[in-house]
Design a protein around this ligand. Structure first.
Ligand code: NCD
Length: 322
């Protein structure tokens, strides 16, 4: 049975994938598909967000995510401000909520936040009148990354349903893994996770994934191999004996990849640690790696999210209903 397509995305914020209905995810992916086409034209501008203000609040470093949110807002005609935390009053000890209230007084329509603490986006959403997009909160969620990964897979494979996806490496510290698990499960894909026992969260199987510690078994017959970075900045102490040993057991090279389907796609959210979780020969394999395509999809997905969420904001500048 195919359900009728949603006429709009039903939420004002995008804080995580957990709890999103499949048709809401599908709505964002369909809209993003249209933006992929727009982004491949010479004139990439639309007036969808004309008059709107978007503030990007990045408390953690970022290349891909912050650039693509900025581009996405600008292509849709918004005024985009990038608040650099290094030069803000946060350095003087201002709390997240005080910063939020200060910015809110300037009537932003969208706040995009990346923060080192899980739950930061949710907290912000309770305090501001515009839309909040979570661009990664601690080890919790990174919803736009999961959406761009899904768009990449869907465009290559035509569907997400039934795809066997192996998510490999530092699952414990990865918000990318968590958001992908929720999304892929919601869309009917099969998810396997693999990593050393020290980097697998306890009771991860409760999220509906197959858990492995042996890379070759996890990759056996996989359609998609999604590699994750070893997130050293989130580790206190040593979780792996050495990078060399880690690469030997869990680094993706052509030998391990041979266990996956012959046409399996290789993904990585970036930034990559070449020679640690992925061999350069695999990362740059033009027949198998879709890592650069993921970056392209990132802009389109963020345009779709900005477009869909701001449809919930009143045109009058009045306070929207929560
Ligand atoms: C990811 C992140 O920040 O969570 N990167 C990204 O958004 N492209 C993954 C990572 O940092 O390893």
């Amino acid at each position: 049975m195919t359900l009728p397509r949603l006429a709009s995305y039903p939420h004002r914020h995008l804080l995580g994938i957990e709890g999103l209905a499949p048709d809401a995810i599908e709505f964002l992916l369909d809209l993003a598909d249209e933006y992929v086409d727009l982004n491949r034209q010479v004139d990439k501008k639309r007036g969808t967000l004309k008059g709107r203000t978007q503030i990007n609040l990045f408390f953690e470093t970022s290349t891909r995510t912050s650039t693509s949110f900025e581009l996405a807002g600008k292509r849709l005609g918004a005024d985009v401000i990038n608040m650099s935390v290094a030069r803000s009053a946060v350095q003087k000890g201002e709390t997240l909520l005080d910063t939020a209230m200060t910015l809110n007084a300037m009537h932003p329509d969208v706040l995009v936040i990346r923060h080192q603490d899980s739950g930061a986006a949710q907290l912000l959403a309770q305090k501001v009148s515009g839309s909040v997009i979570n661009a990664g909160d601690g080890t919790h969620e990174h919803p736009t990354q999961a959406l761009l990964d899904a768009l990449t897979i869907r465009r290559r494979r035509g569907k997400l349903q039934g795809q066997i996806v192996a998510i490999c490496g530092d699952i414990l510290h990865s918000r990318v893994a968590r958001s992908n698990i929720h999304l892929l499960n919601a869309m009917g894909a099969y998810v396997r996770v693999v990593g050393p026992p020290t980097l697998l969260p306890t009771a991860i199987e409760r999220l509906g994934v197959e858990v492995h510690t042996d890379m070759e078994k996890a990759l056996d017959g996989a359609d998609i191999v999604m590699m994750l970075r070893l997130q050293l900045e989130r580790m206190q102490g040593a979780y792996v004996p050495s990078f060399r040993e880690y690469f030997h057991f869990y680094g993706l090279d052509h030998r391990k990849l041979a266990h996956a389907k012959p046409d399996a796609l290789i993904m990585h959210p970036g930034p990559m640690n070449r020679g640690v979780e992925i061999d350069s020969l695999v990362a740059d394999d033009i027949n198998r790696s879709v890592i650069r395509e993921q970056v392209e999809m990132g802009v389109a997905v963020r345009m779709a999210c900005l477009d869909a969420l701001t449809r919930h904001l009143p045109d009058t500048g009045a306070e929207p209903a929560p």
